[in-house]
Each structure stands twice: as structure tokens, then as C-alpha cells.
Design a protein around this ligand. Structure first.
Ligand code: ADP
Length: 626
């Protein structure tokens, strides 16, 4: 029958809790899945739209940059590719000659022209005097003549550098510095055959002489400005000069120099690989202007056909500077979407969270998961509580029916003997007067026992309903104990028990309910008799200990296992040992004892060992009693 109960409970749990919970989870999973698909579709749509828009905007922007630069070059009276382009996004503009690209610093350099014979003569003479004869004043004079006969900027810069250097050697530092400064200011773009500007030599010499540091520094910083093309040897020289000038640890200038060096290298590589890039541009299926991604830093390269007076031009635009913020552009190694036929090989990568946020709609998946988690959690909690309640009800019902059985059983024993003796007497079968008196005494005793049993049950039910009232009044404990002992005298004697009384007559009187206390003592004595086994000795002791009045009942019977001792005061509890289970009982006696002790501000204790007997003590504090 118990098994049937479990089965019903499991069935109930499955049908009422698990099944609906599983359905809820299933629905939730479906909903979340659908929502996920919807979100990813929406994200893909948004991404596609953003890429489309970027393509349109970017095409227009690049076209604007290109036209702006071409217009500037056409308008300028003498187009010079070596100047800074107007738009900072342009990294490089170079002339295209056949299959070759002429880089800006190459186009600036004059093809080595035969220098004028007069200039060459003076220069040679100066060098002769300077290096062979070490006749510096004479060398200075020769270089001055060379300077006077210089025909172009390169010659005059060359002559002035030689002149200034020799002046320094000749010991005329002031004049040397003056000439270096003139060269620094007026040297223009003139470069020697190594591709190094003469002005940079002047700066280097001034730095060595430790003269005019401000002029040198401002010259160097000016060189670092974007738009000025430097050759690689120049970049190296400027970097070491900047490092050696105190107070010029300008991080920005350094970073910009490194960037320039990287740009130079990329530009050189681009010039070398130009035929391939051009072929790519020409093979693109697009009708409009085509931009090809190139290099680590991703430049976008376009080629503009010749438009007199301009020759064909190659233009490189930095994708990082031209792209709208947020989008990252790059070549094929990027994961993102292709940008269409105008940009073969160019891809755009969007920041990871750009579309996930969904324009403020937020991702409801987490919300759903949390919601369903909550519903599920509550359902399971409800199920658990329901099961716990059902279990408790089942247990209570079991305990009740057990209780009814044991009460009936307990009532039946005294009733049977009362009836038996009463019948014997009424039928007049017993003529012996002594025996008659004994029968009558037994009937009285058994009815008293019956009354005690009924009292216990009634008191318990009052306690359960909270209606039990104790009437405290000044009471002599000794009198109560005496009365209880007297009540038990006959049943004890009948079963051959010896009750040893030890009563401290000096106990002060307490405020107590004497009937309740007597009931408690009677319960303890009845238990001592029931659970004495073969032993026939019981002690009842009244004493005063540590400010408590103590009532103690000791037997030498079955005893109680340690782990059960804390349970014996619980309602309906009966020890599990086989021996005590054979003895009839309701499990209420000790519950009442504990309740009565508590009502008097006291407590109960038990000391017991299986086989050695038990001592139950009721301790009632004397102080709290008025
Ligand atoms: P019951 O009607 O079963 O005696 P009680 O509440 O009086 O109910 O006692 C609860 C349980 O405590 C008993 O079933 C018994 O196992 C144990 N018990 C009580 N008194 C003694 C005792 N003097 N010796 C051994 N066991 C006892």
C-alpha cells in the first residue's frame, strides 16, 4: 500500500510538474531558436545595407578627393607632385611614364646636368687647395668664386656647403655659421647625388658645431611635416639628429618619421610592382573609376589617364583616413564583405557589436532565457513544496491511524479486566470476602488507569489546540510525589515492583499545578514499570539541585539508545527497539511530561543506556516561582 502511495506521488509529479515544465522548456527553446534566427537574419540585412551605403559613400568620397587633387594640379601654374596634396587622405601622387611610376622624390631630382665649366673649375680648384694643400683661406676664395658663378639652385647650394665647411676649418666660425644658416633657409629642394638635401647637411654641421640649435630643430620638425617627401637616407639622418638634440625628444615627430619611413618603403615597393597593379585595374569589369587595395597599411590605388596638361597619374589614398569611422577596410585577408566591382579585392570589416545592438532593440534572448528559467524554477519549487506537503499529510494520516490503533489497544486491556472482574462479582461466583475485596480494588485501579489514559489523550488534544491551561498555586512537591506513589501502590505491588522513595522534606513549596505535576510523575512511573524488563526496582527521588527542584524516576530496565534519546519527547514517538515495540503505548506520555515541565519554566532530561535502565528528571527552577 505504501508502494502504491509512492507510485501515485511519482505519477502526480510527472503529470502535474515535469510534463508541463518539459512543454514550457520545449516552447521556450523553440521561441529562442526562432528569435535567434530572426536576429541573425536582421543582422545580416543590416550589415548588407551598411556595406551598400558604405560602398556608395566611399565611391563618392574617393571621386571627390581625386577630382579635388586633379583640379589643384591643373590650376597650379607649375604642377609639382612633390608638394603636399591638399587632402590629407592622399598618401602619394606620382607620374606614370609608360609602365613606370616616377616617385615624387625621383621627379624632384634633376637629371645630373653637366655643370658649367667655370663653376666646375672653381670648385675643383677649391678642393685642390682644401684637401691637398690644406690652404683654407685660398680654398675659401675659390669656393666664393664658385658660388658667384653658380647657375642653378643645386650648384649654389653645393658651393655654399663647401664654402661654409672650409670657413669652419679656417677658424672663421661666425662666417661659417652665417653661411650654413643661409643654406638652411634658401637651400630649397636641392639634393646631391645620394638624394640627400643640402639643407640637411647644413643642419648636421650646425648640430656638430653646437650652434643655432633652435633653427636646426625647427628645420628638422618642418621636414617631418606630411607632404614633404624625404629619401630614406634623409629619414635616417633626421632620426639620428633628432635623437642627439637635447629637448627634441618629440614622440610625435619620431612616430611620424617612422610612419614616413614605412610609407616610403611601401611607395617604393608599389613603384616596383606597378605593372601588376595596373593590370589588375585594367582587368576590373567595372565601368567607373577602379580602386585597388595595396599593402600592409591598405592604400587604395587608382590610375588617372593623361588629361593635358597633366600626364597620367597614379594616386594612393590611405583607406584608414578616407573610410568612415567604424568600418575597417582591407585586402582579401580580411574576413568581411566585398565592396563591389569598383573595388576588386577590397573588403570591409565591421566592429563585432555594431549590429548585435540592433539599434537599441537589444537582444531579447537573454530576457527569454531568464523568464523561462524563472518560470521553470518556480514550477519546480512549487512541485517540491506540493510533494513535501503531500508527504507530510500522508505521514500524519499514518501516524493518526497508528495512534488510534494503539489508543484502542491500550484502552482495551483495563476495560477487559474491569469487565471480567465485574462479571465475576455480579454472577456471585466469588464467595470469599478477601477475594471479593481484591477484585473490587482491581476494578477501581483499572478504572483509574483508564482515566489516566483518557486524561493523557484529552490533555494532548488540548495542548494541540492551544487550550491547555495550568493553574499554578503554592504546592508542596513532597505531597504531590506522595500522592502519586500512593496511586501507583497497588499496580506496583501487584506486579511485584519495589518503589524506593527518597523525598527531601526541606524542599520549599513551589507555585505549580499539582494535578499536572502528579500526572507527569504518574506517566514517568508507568513508563518505568512498562520498560523495566525483568528488573523490579524503581526509584522516585525529590531533591533540590543548583536552584532547581528535581523530580527523578529511575528504573533498571531496557534503557534507550543514545540516538533515540532526543526523540522520545516528540509526539507519537516510540522507540524502534524490538523489545519496547512489543509493549503497548501511544507515544504521548513523555510529550505531556515535557510540556508540563516547560509550563512550569523548567525542562526534562534523560540519562539512559541500553540494558542498564533510564533516569528521567523534571527540573523546575525554584527562583522563578513566586
Ligand atoms: P509510550 O506510550 O510509547 O510509552 P512515551 O511518550 O511515554 O510513549 O514514551 C516514548 C518512548 O520512549 C517509548 O515508546 C519508549 O520506547 C521510550 N521510553 C519511555 N520511557 C522509557 C523507559 N523508562 N525506559 C525505556 N524506554 C522508555
Amino acid at each position: 500500500m505504501r508502494m502504491g502511495g509512492y507510485k501515485r506521488q511519482i505519477l502526480l509529479f510527472v503529470l502535474a510538474i515535469l510534463l508541463p515544465a518539459a512543454v514550457v522548456i520545449g516552447l521556450a527553446a523553440r521561441l529562442i531558436h526562432q528569435e535567434g534566427e530572426l536576429v541573425s537574419k536582421r543582422t545580416a540585412d543590416e550589415r548588407h545595407q551598411a556595406t551598400e551605403q558604405l560602398r556608395r559613400e566611399f565611391t563618392a568620397r574617393l571621386e571627390a578627393i581625386r577630382l579635388q587633387e586633379i583640379n589643384r594640379l591643373i590650376r597650379s601654374p607649375r604642377p609639382r607632385w612633390t608638394e603636399a596634396p591638399e587632402n590629407p587622405a592622399i598618401v602619394l601622387i606620382a607620374r606614370v611614364e609608360g609602365d613606370r611610376v616616377v616617385l615624387p622624390w625621383e621627379s624632384g631630382a634633376q637629371p645630373p646636368q653637366p655643370s658649367s665649366s667655370q663653376y666646375a673649375r672653381y670648385r675643383q680648384e677649391g678642393e685642390l687647395r682644401e684637401f691637398l694643400k690644406k690652404d683654407y683661406p685660398a680654398a675659401v676664395a675659390a669656393y666664393r668664386q664658385a658660388l658667384a658663378s653658380a647657375r642653378d639652385q643645386t650648384e649654389s647650394a653645393d658651393a655654399r656647403l663647401l664654402l661654409a665647411r672650409t670657413l669652419a676649418k679656417a677658424g672663421d666660425a661666425a662666417e661659417a655659421v652665417r653661411n650654413f644658416l643661409t643654406l638652411l633657409k634658401e637651400g630649397g629642394d636641392a639634393r646631391d647625388e645620394q638624394g640627400v638635401a643640402y639643407r640637411l647637411y647644413a643642419a648636421e654641421c650646425l648640430e656638430e658645431m653646437k650652434r643655432e640649435p633652435e633653427a636646426v630643430l625647427s628645420f628638422l620638425l618642418d621636414q617631418v611635416n606630411p607632404g614633404r617627401w624625404l629619401t630614406l637616407p634623409e629619414i635616417v639622418t633626421i632620426r639620428s639628429l633628432l635623437a642627439s638634440i637635447p629637448g627634441s625628444q618629440d614622440e610625435q615627430a619620431r612616430a611620424s618619421l617612422s610612419r614616413r619611413a614605412a610609407e616610403m618603403e611601401q611607395a617604393t615597393a608599389l613603384a616596383a610592382g606597378f605593372p601588376r597593379v595596373r593590370a589588375q585595374i585594367e582587368s576590373a569589369p567595372s565601368s567607373g573609376p577602379v580602386w585597388i587595395p595595396y599593402g600592409e597599411e591598405t592604400w587604395l590605388i587608382a590610375v588617372t589617364p593623361p588629361a593635358p596638361p597633366l600626364p597620367a597619374l597614379m594616386m594612393a589614398v590611405s583607406s584608414a583616413k578616407a573610410a568612415p569611422p567604424g568600418a575597417k577596410l582591407g585586402g582579401r585577408r580580411l574576413q568581411g564583405d566585398a565592396l563591389g566591382e569598383n573595388f576588386p579585392g577590397l573588403r570591409v570589416e565591421w566592429p563585432a557589436n555594431r549590429f548585435a545592438a540592433g539599434g537599441g532593440r537589444g537582444s531579447p534572448v537573454a530576457l527569454y532565457v531568464a523568464g523561462f528559467g524563472l518560470v521553470l524554477g518556480l514550477t519546480l519549487l512549487g512541485g517540491y513544496l506540493l510533494l513535501r506537503d503531500v508527504n507530510r499529510d500522508v505521514r500524519v494520516a499514518q501516524v493518526r491511524s497508528q495512534f488510534v490503533a494503539s489508543v484502542s489497544h491500550e484502552l482495551k486491556t483495563p476495560l477487559t479486566s474491569i469487565r471480567m472482574f465485574a462479571e465475576t462479582l455480579s454472577l456471585g461466583r466469588c464467595r470469599d470476602e478477601r477475594a471479593q475485596a481484591e477484585y473490587l480494588e482491581t476494578i477501581v485501579n483499572e478504572s483509574e488507569r483508564l482515566a489516566r489514559l483518557v486524561d493523557n489523550v484529552l490533555d494532548f488534544s488540548k495542548i494541540e489546540q492551544g487550550k491547555k491551561i495550568y493553574r499554578l498555586r503554592p504546592t508542596s512537591l513532597a505531597a504531590v510525589a506522595d500522592s502519586a506513589a500512593r496511586t501507583m501502590q497497588y499496580p506496583l505491588a501487584q506486579q511485584g515492583f519495589t518503589l524506593r522513595l527518597s523525598i527531601d522534606q526541606n524542599l520549599p513549596s513551589l507555585r505549580a499545578d499539582p494535578d499536572a505535576l502528579e500526572q507527569a510523575i504518574l506517566n514517568l512511573l508507568t513508563n518505568a514499570m512498562k520498560y523495566s524488563g525483568d528488573s523490579r526496582e524503581i526509584d522516585l527521588l525529590l531533591a533540590s539541585r543548583n536552584g532547581d527542584a528535581v523530580i527523578e524516576v529511575t528504573d533498571r530496565g531496557l534503557g534507550i539508545a543514545l540516538d533515540e534519546q532526543k526523540h522520545v519527547f516528540e509526539k507519537f514517538y516510540r522507540a524502534r527497539s524490538h523489545e519496547s515495540h512489543l509493549i503497548a503505548g501511544t507515544g504521548l506520555g513523555l510529550t505531556l511530561v515535557a510540556h508540563i515541565a516547560k509550563a512550569h519554566g523548567g525542562r526534562v532530561e534523560v540519562r539512559s543506556a541500553p540494558g542498564a535502565g533510564s533516569t528521567f528528571s523534571i527540573l523546575i527552577p525554584v527562583e522563578v516561582q513566586g
